[in-house]
Design a protein around this ligand. Structure first.
Ligand code: ZN
Length: 340
């Protein structure tokens, strides 16, 4: 990336290979990366973070360890690894309690660190984890950021339980479609919304109990009917904007709303009366801890879940892949294949 702006700022070109500078670092030869909305926000300069140009985007990746520093005991050359994206200062109250992702000096791959749209990436050894069983490199690059985010939202924060109901707003994106998979596996009832009948069909095939086209129908009314005027236990709303109030209105008393962003606008009209009178809980989160990532990989292995991959683009067409995600055409993840 040569500057902030549209996809025209992305170039496929030679860059210097990363060199180890700290004893706990390693270098991974990447075989796949995946596209996240955060990459697009970083490209647009919407995160408020200034990086030196040219800069390499990409928070998600998987590949083979090719070089290790002297203090990187958890991995060795030749290991196939997937990458945990954030790292912190290592000294603050959050880092000392395995909450690096809350560190004031947070650094994330592709954000304050050089990212994964590349053949090689340098990162701390402790950010490398074994690839889940029977995963391809594409699958191993497709799950970390999305699944760690939703694991923290749904399992840690919302504490979604078997038999509870979950409403997922806008089921096409990576986090929403992965949430459907996870919620079904733990035995929750899942209602999804989308503006696309095709995406609703795909969601039903993946186990969604009900699909609501939010352009054609009032989802608050339908949710109320489907739950006998009770409302759902949990709403996952990463859309925000006009939808936010409706998400709150769809919750039962004591319900929980979880969000990891707002693709339709971050300053919705809130309904504080509804939050108070219905005793609602709202959880914002981004990323998750290394321990949550470890729990997640165990769960992926035990439940035999694999991320849904919509499409694979070659690394040289990262711009085309980002454009495709910006147009919200995908169902599941968009992956970059990196030449061997
Ligand atoms: Zn810290």
């Amino acid at each position: 990336m040569h500057g902030y702006g549209g996809v025209e700022q992305l170039f496929f070109e030679d860059a210097d290979e990363p060199k180890l500078s700290e004893p706990d670092e390693i270098i991974v030869k990447l075989r796949a990366a995946s596209i996240n909305h955060i990459d697009i926000w970083n490209r647009m300069g919407a995160t408020g973070i200034n990086v030196a140009m040219p800069h390499t985007l990409g928070a998600d990746g998987a590949g083979l360890v090719v070089e290790v520093g002297a203090q990187s005991g958890n991995v060795k050359v030749g290991d196939a690894v997937c990458l945990y994206p954030p790292t912190g200062c290592g000294r603050c109250e959050f880092c000392l309690t395995d909450q690096d992702f809350m560190c004031v000096y947070l650094r994330v791959l592709g954000e304050r660190m050089e990212g994964t749209y590349a053949e090689y990436v340098k990162l701390p050894a402790q950010n490398c984890f074994p690839i889940p069983q029977d995963y391809s490199f594409e699958e191993a690059a497709a799950f970390p950021l999305v699944f760690i985010t939703l694991w923290r939202m749904l399992i840690t924060n919302a504490a979604l339980k078997p038999g509870e109901s979950l409403l997922i707003i806008g089921v096409g994106g990576g986090v929403a479609s992965a949430s459907l998979q996870l919620a079904r596996k733990i035995g929750a009832r899942v209602i999804v919304t989308s503006g696309s009948d095709e995406k609703l069909d795909r969601a039903r095939k993946l186990g969604a109990d009900h699909g609501i086209n939010h352009f054609k129908q009032d989802f608050v009314k339908i949710v109320s009917e489907l739950t006998e005027n009770r409302g759902v236990d949990v709403v996952l709303d990463c859309v925000g904007g006009e939808v936010w109030r409706k998400s709150l209105a769809s919750l039962t008393r004591g319900g929980r709303l979880v969000t990891c962003g707002a693709t339709a606008g971050g300053q919705p009209n809130d309904d504080i009366n509804a939050i108070v009178s219905k005793q609602l809980k709202i959880y914002g989160s981004t990323l998750g801890s290394r321990d949550e990532f470890r729990q997640l990989i165990s769960f992926m292995n035990a439940a035999k879940i694999k991320p849904i991959i919509d499409s694979v683009f070659p690394l040289k067409d990262a711009a085309g892949a980002q454009r495709y995600v910006e147009e919200a055409k995908q169902f599941g993840k968009v992956v970059l294949r990196i030449p061997n």
